[in-house]
Write a new protein. Structure first.
Length: 85
């Protein structure tokens, strides 16, 4: 359904009506998308480590490695965000 709706809106030019929507509406939508991505990313990085599970017998090294890689990627993106051109 989503693909069909995207094709219909692209073919008919309905996307031009976005400019009639207030900027507040788009900002709220962008905030929702950003907050959901941040929440899911943090959950996916931290959940596999099983901090509270004392009886966990598996190897946690790959999970710690993915956490460190995720933190390094965040650090790099944070620094590049404030970089001056």
């Amino acid at each position: 359904w989503t693909a069909i709706l995207h094709f219909v809106t692209a073919i008919t030019g309905i996307v031009n009506f976005v400019w009639h929507i207030s900027p507040f509406t788009t900002q709220i939508f962008e905030f929702f998308i950003a907050s959901s991505f941040i929440y899911e990313s943090i959950r996916d990085l931290v959940e596999p480590i099983h901090f509270g599970d004392a009886g966990y017998e598996g190897d946690r090294a790959p999970h710690y490695a993915s956490l460190v890689i995720g933190m390094l990627a965040f650090s790099m993106c944070w620094r590049l965000h404030f970089a001056e051109t």
